[in-house]
Design a protein around this ligand. Structure first.
Ligand code: ATP
Ligand code: MG
Length: 423
């Protein structure tokens, strides 16, 4: 038996309804702030991600689905959305438009990871990018929009982690300082931290052993090393969030997957999730467009995982759509009337279905009841009533709520239902 590939899943109709609802929230919340939808291809030149995400990142090192297109070009299934959107911004000369260019997206992304709850090989992200603005308001607006989306999506127990990364130069200097500090206190660190001082000094902040924790209390923090302008930018973002009543935790160890983040970085986590607690995050990436051979262009954005939002929300699927009318067939004579009637009903704005199987009339009524139909029109019943020629136009209309049933004509069915459901 062939099964869905490891790390993928089918979106069954009940799940699809929840996803559509969430997409509607995104369209409304982001649309209201002037963000416009963009779609980019599912695969891109591999080089875009190597340069746009960063050669040294986990994504590029380990998580990409890369293949040859058969003509010697290397392509990669997109692992994230920001680099492709920056490519599109450059390719379509969007720097000539009024800035910032505000875009949002929702689509499938691919990462070769070990599958587990909340971590898949094909997953969906919704994201927003504001390209061409350097102001702290842009960062704060983006954060507030994601907070609103998570709230609308019903995500429970969220925490916002916030930090600033300054510039890559500040970061490099800080890293050297931290490495030197860890070296000077090496004998007090856990073996695990001590052996990784050069590889990932920041991880020392996450250590749980008493010795390392003690050392890290007094360790230099990147936030204390920011250049004056970067520190001012960060203070402005924080003030805006404070005014907006958005609470956050300063997290000096927050590192984001992309190499080109500058200044503001943030991540929303939910305690309703297990180990994979990150729901969405992002930050400012002022160097990225230039890195991709575009004009120097400041930018900021975020991406959130649809599956994790739904997991963290744990909400039941939305109620199924009501069915206004089910057209049942008493005899094959009624086929054309049934077909026409259900189509006319849909064109009149009703939710209408017709019998598509060969059920007995009793079976059809049971089915209509099961799908929650408010009215059932029984057609093809003329012959049994002794009406000449089978009377294609004669219909028996049953109100499923009251149980009342009466004979009418096909022409009268739709007006009667419209009066009944919208009195
Ligand atoms: P993580 O730390 O969980 O690996 P990440 O830092 O790689 O997350 P981002 O690249 O920032 O994640 O992607 C934004 C969001 O996309 C994440 O917060 C998460 O909700 C979602 N996401 C990332 N990778 C996956 C995946 N493999 N499966 C499902 N959702 C994912
Ligand atoms: Mg990851």
């Amino acid at each position: 038996m062939i099964q869905a590939p490891k790390g993928t899943f089918d979106v069954l109709p009940e799940d699809a309804a929840r996803r559509e609802l969430l997409e509607g929230h995104a369209r409304k919340i982001l649309g209201a702030a002037g963000y416009r939808r963009i779609e980019t291809p599912t695969f891109e030149a591999t080089e875009l991600f190597a340069r746009g995400v960063g050669e040294a990142t986990d994504i590029v090192q380990k998580e990409m689905y890369t293949f040859d297109d058969g003509a010697g070009r290397s392509l990669t299934l997109r692992p994230e959305g920001t680099a492709p959107i920056c490519r599109a911004y450059i390719e379509h000369g969007m720097h000539k438009l009024p800035q910032p260019v505000k875009l949002w997206y929702l689509g499938r992304y691919y990462r070769a990871e070990a599958p587990q709850r909340g971590r898949y090989r094909q997953f969906s992200q919704v994201g927003a990018e504001a390209i061409g603005s350097a102001t702290p308001e842009t960062d704060a607006e983006l954060i507030v929009l994601l907070a609103d989306l998570l709230e609308a999506g019903g995500v429970r127990r969220t925490r916002l982690h916030l930090s600033s990364l300054g510039t890559p130069e500040t970061r490099a200097e800080y890293r050297a300082e931290l490495v030197a500090y860890l070296r000077a206190h090496e004998s007090l660190l856990s073996d695990e931290v001590a052996t990784r001082i050069d590889l990932s000094p920041l991880r020392a902040f996450d250590a749980t052993d008493a010795g390392t924790r003690e050392v890290m209390q007094a360790a230099p923090k990147l936030l204390d090393r920011l250049a004056a302008e970067d520190a001012q930018h960060f203070a402005a973002v924080r003030a805006l969030l404070d005014d907006a009543g958005v609470s956050y935790e300063l997290d000096p160890t927050l590192v984001r997957g992309l190499d080109y983040y500058t200044r503001t970085v943030f991540e929303f986590a939910s305690d309703a999730l297990g180990a994979q607690s990150g729901v969405g995050g992002g930050g400012r990436y002022d160097r990225l467009i230039e890195q991709l051979d575009g004009p120097p262009t400041p930018a900021s954005g975020w991406a959130a995982g649809i599956e994790r939002i739904l997991l963290a929300a744990g909400a039941p699927p939305p109620a199924a759509e009501l069915v206004d009318l089910f057209v049942a067939l008493a005899s094959p004579d009624g086929r054309r009337t049934a077909f026409e009637l259900s189509r006319a009903a849909r064109r009149a704005g009703l939710q209408a279905q017709q019998e598509l199987g060969n059920r007995s009339l009793k079976g059809q009524l049971r089915h209509a009841d099961r799908i929650g139909a408010r009215y059932v029109a029984i057609v093809g019943d003329g012959a049994s009533k002794g009406v000449a020629g089978g009377a294609a136009g004669l219909v028996s209309l049953k109100n499923m709520e009251s149980g009342e049933q009466r004979d009418t004509t096909a022409d009268e069915v739709i007006p009667t239902i419209l009066r009944g459901i919208r009195p």
